[in-house]
Design a protein around this ligand. Structure first.
Ligand code: GDP
Length: 281
């Protein structure tokens, strides 16, 4: 589902997340491992401010593993603890509770020192832009299907806690924030990875961006997938070659550029070109 973000919606989203923050001990900031910067909310530091936070690089199964390692080091250098996870299979998800416990140890020790004997569960909120996998992660942590997949902005209901083992409770509705879409390249990356609908940006523009990126960072995979002996520098020529090889033709045998764009983007999103990362540290 695509959300139209207007200034009013952004203010409301920020307000809703700020309200939820009052209830929790720790924030799980979910981003797309393929685009950990482009899939971040631009005001996240301001919005989350003083709460402990763990950054979760979700969909790590689709991202270039070497680049993901670089990102984890990059964030570590900024005192941000980042974990690579795959909410769909559950890989890496168990670590979240362990790292959260470690992060909250000082707070809970203080509570003990004040004479609060029975430690309560840690309370957490998942925040992130649409489509990063918030509902999938909630379901995964909950161990059964409670959270609905998809976004329902503006639908208010009572807050509920989901128990994750004995030590963690999760708010059942995630905090939904907006991406940094004033930046054109961010928009193209969000579209390339399928985070925003194809109808928002011009399909051919997105494919041009994606192909240029692949030609620079993953030339061998591009050559292999589309059986190219070399990658033409001229982008129209590249569209022509892929179109001819893969039969993306319109009446009269001319290459149909929309079909090429669709094919390339589908190939990227279904990992036909392997695991790709579009943001680089
Ligand atoms: P939300 O809008 O943030 O709640 O995102 P969803 O949970 O609805 O997930 C968006 C899409 O990403 C769905 O098609 C999920 O199946 C998919 N998805 C979520 N997490 C992962 C993951 O770790 N790996 C992969 N490959 N897909 C995922």
């Amino acid at each position: 589902m695509t959300i139209q973000w207007f200034p009013g919606h952004m203010a409301k989203a920020k307000r809703e997340v700020t309200e939820k923050l009052k209830l929790i001990d720790i924030v799980f900031e979910l981003v797309d491992a393929r685009i950990p910067i482009s899939s971040r909310n631009p005001l996240i530091d301001e919005i989350v401010a003083n709460k402990p936070r763990i950054m979760l690089l979700n969909k790590a199964d689709m991202a270039d593993p070497d680049v993901t390692k670089q990102w984890i080091d990059f964030f570590a250098a900024q005192q941000i603890e980042a974990l690579a996870i795959d909410s769909q299979s559950g890989a890496g998800v168990k670590q979240i509770v362990e790292v959260a416990k470690e992060k909250l140890r000082p707070k809970f020790e203080k509570m003990l020192a004040k004479g609060i004997k029975r430690p309560r569960a840690m309370r957490a909120l998942i925040v992130g832009i649409p489509n990063v996998g918030k509902s999938t992660l909630i379901n995964r942590l909950a161990g059964k299907h409670i959270a609905k997949t998809g976004d329902t902005p503006g639908v208010t209901k009572a807050q509920q806690w989901i128990k994750v083992g004995k030590e963690l409770e999760l708010l059942d509705t995630p905090g939904i924030l907006w991406p940094k879409f004033e930046d054109e390249e961010v928009g193209l990356k969000l579209a390339t990875t399928g985070a925003i609908k194809d109808t928002i940006l011009n399909l051919q523009d997105v494919a041009v961006y994606a192909l240029r990126f692949l030609a620079i960072y993953y030339p061998d995979r591009l050559k292999e997938r589309y059986v190219l002996s070399h990658i033409p520098e001229d982008i129209v020529q590249l569209f022509d070659e892929i179109g001819k090889k893969r039969g993306c033709l319109a009446a009269g045998g001319v290459v149909d550029y929309d079909k090429v764009a669709e094919l390339v983007l589908r190939d990227i999103r279904t990992e036909k070109l392997g695991r790709l990362s579009f943001d680089r540290p």
